[in-house]
Ligand binder design. Structure first.
Ligand code: PLP
Length: 378
């Protein structure tokens, strides 16, 4: 690197993460040398199959599932689509702050599916009594209703009371799905303890490779395949297995899961450091979300500012942050989540998301704070 070039600071870990070095190392073997097709019976193929089996066991053990309950997919979006599209013609209760992977899947089947959107409160929390009330109003038979509520929000980090929500869903005979893309590898998740029926995850959010994810399907819950083809994944998800990425995902998840407490401590300290600097500088801002949130996910709304402008000016300084998720044309620059929590427009327009991860340092956070303060005081 040219000495005059400043090192980039990556503070957009809710969008994606850097691949873990051990995961990358392990993947190289399966990309370069052991490239056999896991479905072929010769030993070159069965080695790949064994690697997949072992990875499945590791992943299952990280979330309290059985190996047979883990199904590999290409990403979180695919896992979400798989679940939602299985409930076409039935009833889905979801929320107004879900990721577009859920919201647009629901939209795609909305002509023949009853879809109810629960409203999150000003901190992005979904109330279990609202879910109870919605379920009480339905006359459908058990198993024909899906409740899909994200574990943690990607824009503001709020973590939902998943165990409680799953209990309410089950009390009404509904199936409970959670999009845990932002949560897996960052907070402890146990599908048995939390009574989850279906769970979506994506490797690139927990320092694994891009283009791989999984869906947990509880034993006894049946889904039709989203993709038809070969007999991979017990005939439920066709397509030649992405061996290297599956191995990389398992290594990354195990490492993150084993280090959750230590990563928490580190990212929470960085988070406090940043907020303290911004408050001490007297900037007029609101922090969005809830006290119970994904560590490092910091959504800030600055009064009478433009989030897009802040993002681009920070980019010029070599700092990657985000404004949240894609805007829509009707309400340019204000995302559906920020609108859902009812933020005052004077602040909403000035929303940015800084998402810190385990690789960020106190020195980086100091630079982010300094640049942000300089920009907002100019
Ligand atoms: N769900 C949530 C909550 C997300 O944050 C994302 C990605 O940002 C997705 C789903 C989609 O995951 P993927 O990028 O693996 O398709």
């Amino acid at each position: 690197m040219n000495n005059n070039m400043k090192k980039m600071i990556f503070a957009d870990n809710a969008a994606t993460t850097a691949i873990d070095e051990d995961a990358l190392q392990k993947m190289m073997l399966w990309l370069k040398e052991e490239y056999g097709n896991a479905s072929q019976p010769y030993s070159f193929g069965s080695k790949a199959k064994k690697a997949i089996t072992e990875s499945r066991q590791i992943i299952a053990s990280c979330i309290g599932a059985k190996s047979e309950e883990i199904f590999f997919t290409s990403c979180g979006t695919e896992s979400d689509n798989w679940v939602i599209k299985n409930f076409a013609n039935k009833t889905i209760i979801t929320t107004n702050i879900e990721h577009h992977a859920i919201l647009n899947s629901c939209k795609a089947i909305s002509s023949n599916t009853k879809i109810v959107y629960l409203q999150a409160d000003k901190n992005g929390l979904v109330n279990s009594s609202d879910l109870d009330e919605s379920l009480s109003l339905l006359s459908n038979k058990p198993g024909s209703v899906l409740v899909s509520i994200m574990t943690a929000n990607n824009e503001i980090g709020t973590i939902q009371p998943i165990k409680e929500l799953a209990e309410v869903a089950h009390a009404h005979g509904a199936i409970f799905h959670t999009d845990a893309v932002q949560a897996i590898g960052h907070i402890h998740m146990d599908v048995k303890e939390m009574n989850i029926d279906l769970l979506s995850a994506s490797a690139h959010k927990f320092n694994g490779p891009k283009g791989i994810g999984f869906l947990f399907i509880k034993e006894g819950v049946s889904l039709l395949p989203l993709l038809d083809g070969g007999s991979q994944e017990c005939g439920l998800r066709a397509g030649t297995e992405n061996v290297a990425s599956i191995v990389g995902m398992a290594v990354a998840l195990k490492k993150n899961t084993d280090n959750i407490e230590c990563n928490h401590k580190k990212t929470l300290a960085l988070e406090q450091q940043l907020i303290f600097r911004l408050q001490s500088a007297g900037l007029d801002f609101i922090r969005n979300g809830h006290d119970y949130h994904i560590p490092g996910n910091i959504s800030l709304s600055f009064r009478d500012r433009d989030g897009e402008m802040i993002l681009h000016r920070m980019d010029l300084k070599g700092i990657c942050i985000s404004t949240g998720s894609a805007c829509d044309s009707v309400n340019a620059q204000i995302s559906h989540v920020i609108r859902a929590i009812g933020l005052d427009r004077q602040y909403a327009q000035g929303t940015i998301r800084i998402s810190l991860g385990k690789n960020n340092t106190a020195e980086e956070v100091d630079t982010i704070a300094t640049e942000l303060i300089r920009l907002l005081q100019s």
